[in-house]
Design a protein around this ligand. Sequence first.
Ligand SMILES: Nc1ncnc2c1ncn2[C@@H]1O[C@H](COP(=O)(O)OP(=O)(O)OP(=O)(O)O)[C@@H](O)[C@H]1O
Ligand SMILES: [Mg+2]
Length: 470
Amino acid sequence: MDYFSNRRILLIDDMPQIHEDFRKILVGNSAESELDDVEAMLFGTKADTSFVGFELDSAYQGQDGMEMVQKSLDANLPYAMAFIDMRMPPGWDGVETTERLWQLDPRLQIVICTAYTDYSWEEVLTRLDTRDRLLILKKPFDLIEVRQLANTLTAKWVSGQQAALKMEHLEQIVQERNSEVLQANRLLENEINERKLLESQLIQSEKLASIGQLAAGVAHEINNPIGFIFSNFSTLETYLERLFEMLTAYENAEGHIASPSLVTEIKNLRERIELQYLKDDIPYLINESKDGITRVSKIIQDLKDFSRTDTAQQWEWADLHRGIESTLNIIASEIKYSADVIKEYGAIPEVECMPSQINQVIMNLVVNAVHASVSSRGQITIRTGTGNEQVWIEIEDKGSGIPEDVLPRIFDPFFTTKPIGKGTGLGLSLSYGIIQKHNGHIDVSTAIGRGTKFRIILPIKHIDNDCHGA
Ligand SMILES: Nc1ncnc2c1ncn2[C@@H]1O[C@H](COP(=O)(O)OP(=O)(O)OP(=O)(O)O)[C@@H](O)[C@H]1O
Ligand SMILES: [Mg+2]
């Protein structure tokens, strides 16, 4: 329907004569010229020959009127206005009919026609509540009044529609702008997050690099003294063996000493210095010290293996089990008070990777597993295996598990459920980035109160995504 030229009018009146009169006034026929004459006389205008008639429908009771309004709406041909008689026995009166019609179509402009004052108009207006769509026409009325009301109110309906349309259009523009702003905000937020992530990765890798350099420096400095201490201990051991040999010879010779006072002196001295105890304890002390030194050099080797400062960050074939072992040694003090580690290693081939970064991932996952095992002594199982040109590593704990609402966010940078100072929320996001760089996957399965399992899958051979058709 053309909403901008709606001239559809509904007349609801129980008197057939009224319908005839309205038809003459509004629909444009021979009576029209008579009306034009009246208008010319009243307003001093020339008779209007361009009168555009209205489309007038008739109903004789409020209920019929309501049905017609419903039908007109269903057919998308709404009425612009309705003339409604106040008294229409036996059915609804004008006020009730108006109420009902507005429930169906609140846009409808209504003129209530009445000769009676059986309602107080104040009461009617309060009851109908909406005053700007309602006019009251008192009988007897002039023909020109009816036509002018029809002209004005249908035009008002059209203006209302136009305004509503404009408003809708404006709202749409505002909504579009809003969603553009939202979109821009989202992009900005993503960019900020990306930058934060890059920054944190940079900080982390700088940290790693400086830890690595420190470790390499310390390892280098300690390696030399440890080397000579260890070799000195071995020499000392052989010297002591010789001294003990000499001592035994002296002891054997004691029986041949003639001076009894000298014999007593030697005996007292032996007892005072607990010679037998020294002879037993010295080899033990030497062995224990050698063990200690071996352990120190192992720790240094682990530090070097973990940070791989002897090689630049580059792709190389590495034994993952060795990486796991050195990582476990580095964090041994963190693990030993809270959990037991069970190793179920499979026979896996070497993997082309950046070993120190994979070590970093293992460390993050194991430390998380330790942190999750706070309520009782934990059990962390580390499994490895291979298949389909891939190697997998599982790190499973029997800890708290991850709640459903936390799970989707664990790989987000800076997401942590740990108290300030205990977690930065970067461990998993960095690990995720590292595994992605290796063209691998990291999966998680978890059950509240039963524990969590992270599974890393890595391709055995590195696929270089930066090489195009080399
Ligand atoms: N094994 C696990 N069991 C239970 N929750 C876990 C486990 N691993 C990770 N989470 C949850 O995921 C969150 C994010 O882990 P992530 O390693 O990224 O950060 P973090 O451990 O809190 O801090 P950071 O590792 O930077 O010190 C943790 O705070 C924790 O809520
Ligand atoms: Mg962590």
